[in-house]
Design a binder for this molecule. Sequence first.
Ligand code: SF4
Ligand code: SF4
Length: 378
Amino acid sequence: MEKKIALTHLVDLLEKKRKIAANLEDILSVDSKRTALNDHHSRRKPRPCGMTIHTGVGCSYLCAYCYIYDMGFTAVPKPYPLKPEEIVYALTQNPYIVPERTLAAYGSVTEPFLPETVHRAIEYMRDIWRWLNLPTQLSTKAILTDDIISGVLSGDPNASVLITVVTLSNRRLEPRAPDPLKRIESAGRALEKGLKVSLFIRPIIPGVTDREAEKILTASADKGIDSVVLGSLRVTESILWRLEKSGVAREEIEKRLAEPLKGSGQIEVRSSDLKDKIRRLAEEFGFKVFRAACEANIYSHGRYCAMCRIGPCNIDVKAKGLDEEDLRDLLEYLGIRYLGVEVDDKAVKIMLRKTGIDERIKYLVSTATYRKTIIIKA
Ligand code: SF4
Ligand code: SF4
């Protein structure tokens, strides 16, 4: 049966953002506001998986496939320098962010639950949820302790937790991360305590992950995990060198490179055949297979999304209540002079006389409506 969710009036979402910013302006010191405004969270455009929120700087797990070391991060982690209210304020200043809509992804350039960063990560998740209600997603290789589970649940009750496992046998690939079977065990406990956990098989390492997928899926299914996100590998010269040192067959990766390696440039490792193989296996085990991390987030929050060509996602939950009037109000609020609008389940179409609209506004409309925005010049 089709469930209905109420879609908040679109203009209210942006008004809410304005009021939160005004509230924080009253609370924060001049220095805090300056720090927040200078931080990249106040201006960065979200990635397809949502807005990545940095909970720390650096990571000590030293995974051989990790790209952060090529980006200049070190193996000595520190909590991200912004205080919780400062990061919320930075997000209110970011022109791409829409309260309640923009997906928040924690842990993209670090492990969020390192001993040095866990406190900050939980504070961020709780406060960003409390002020802005951005749907929470995090990926982790840490053991989900009772404190972490209750910490995450103190924020977004529908947070999407991705537990990463790409190998059970090759510990050299993740030398300082906790044992993968213990991760899975802790994910099972987290599920019992009400967290929404999916298995995260990313990056698929050719010759390793595809051969171990059955065991990973079996161990996860045994602990009650019933959904999975699959994702491919990207390599730089140094990642490939580290993978080889960790026992991965270099030629398995080289033959799949989408283009020649170029220093610290991240090159895609083509693996749709391996992804298909693991997807089929997972489906045989009864897993729900998500095509992208954001699909898991949309699903765990009972939303519907058709923002990109992969979607629509979670089609059992159609976002009802998005009508032309709502969209017209939003466009007027944004100062867009349009000739007409059309709305359907996959897109919003805006008819303009001649000039286009700012990419930022287009992105904002898409995020607010969870649909593609198509501009038609009349
Ligand atoms: S846990 Fe994540 S950020 Fe840390 S080294 Fe591994 S892949 Fe990199
Ligand atoms: S349509 Fe699906 S894959 Fe695309 S942005 Fe939305 S949730 Fe993500």
